[in-house]
Design a protein around this ligand. Structure first.
Ligand SMILES: *Cc1c(COP(=O)(O)O)cnc(C)c1O
Length: 340
């Protein structure tokens, strides 16, 4: 059997989750008649202290909708150059919404309030108007890095003082909260909009939820339709999301511990040059030249462990719901025995 550490998206629904899906009451959600979708949206919004939610097929869509609602064509978004919204959404900010970007650098994918403040364009007809700032927490490309509550609040203050909208790509926000201990409501209060993935660490098969105030979500619903994301009896999927929020949040700490143990094991190997700090469920390590990441992932795959080569020298491993204690032990044995 393969041990799949390519992503936390590879999980299959658990028996309990499938049962919840099978028994969900459903209706046509484009007509606003699916009670389970409505329940998921209300539950998630209440959890984060936001007025409303919108269930969407993917986190790419929730992020893209947020940008479309928050900004007009020709305006600019401030974000990290490795953020999912810029790096992994196929140029959607530009093609979907005609937006310009201001790309920041920053430690492990995290931007700072000072950098945001320094990059807001002046009111000058030559420059695009800065409309929003986006942060990603946890930060995938930074190895699951977590922002401090202080920095998130400081960035929020800069946004507020300058009339910018503030969006959180919280694909893995529950992983971040498990580390900082911040409550969902405290988190919700910081942002104008939040995107949460149900299909990552939470283990649902499909879906993300976008949160914001009533007016934002009313407009977002329209954009979702334009983007082709209106779904009909989507309650079967929303039921998986509700189940995931009820049952799979507390256990994220286990994923974090297993990731840490993988990181510690990797640290001891002479062919590994660096392991990024392991804050959550993502482990990124660099291999020594002349080894390349793809040579390592190829060798791992032969041994039944699937990983992703993230760039030429870096390999990513992600722990998740379907990665058991037993698999952890096996994986550590396998990586220790690799010979190059
Ligand atoms: C996975 C992910 C998304 C959304 O991805 P989809 O595959 O479109 O659901 C957004 N942001 C981050 C940081 C992600 O890891």
């Amino acid at each position: 059997m393969k041990i799949d550490l390519r992503s936390d998206t590879v999980t299959r629904p658990t028996p309990g989750m499938l049962e919840a899906m099978f028994s969900a009451p459903v209706g046509d959600d484009v007509f606003g008649e699916d009670p389970t979708v409505a329940a998921l949206e209300a539950k998630t919004a209440a959890l984060f202290g936001k007025e409303a939610g919108l269930f969407c097929p993917s986190g790419t869509m929730t992020n893209q909708i947020a940008a479309r609602v928050h900004a007009r064509p020709g305006e600019e978004v401030i974000l990290h150059k490795l953020s999912h919204v810029y790096y992994y959404e196929a140029g959607g900010l530009m093609s979907n919404s005609g937006l310009s970007v201001c790309l920041l650098e920053g430690d492990r994918g995290r931007i700072t309030a000072k950098d945001v403040a320094d990059h807001i364009n002046p009111d000058d007809l030559h420059r695009p108007r800065t409309a929003m700032t986006e942060v990603e927490n946890t930060m995938n490309k930074g190895g699951g890095a977590v922002y401090s509550n202080q920095e998130l609040a400081a960035i929020g203050e800069v946004c507020r003082n300058n009339g910018l909208k503030y969006h959180l790509d919280g694909a893995r926000v529950f992983n971040a909260l498990a580390v900082t201990g911040q409550s969902t409501r405290e988190c919700g209060a910081l942002f104008d909009s939040i995107s949460i993935c149900l299909s990552k660490g939470l283990g649902a098969p499909v879906g993300s939820v976008l949160l914001g105030d009533h007016e934002f979500i009313r407009r977002a619903r329209r954009v979702r339709k334009v983007f082709g994301g209106g779904m009909r009896q989507a309650g079967y999927l929303a039921a998986a999301g509700i189940y995931a929020i009820d049952h799979h949040v507390e256990r994220l700490k286990e994923d974090h511990r297993r990731a840490r143990q993988l990181g510690e094991a990797l640290q001891q190997l002479q062919w590994v040059s660096e392991v990024l700090p392991v804050d959550t469920n993502i482990v990124i390590f660099k291999v020594k030249e002349p080894l390349t990441a793809s040579m390592v992932t190829g060798k791992l795959a032969e041994e039944g462990v699937l990983a992703i080569d993230f760039d030429r020298q870096s390999v990513r491993l992600v722990t998740h719901l379907d990665f058991t204690e037993n698999m952890l032990d096996q994986t550590i044995d396998i990586i220790r025995q690799l010979k190059f």
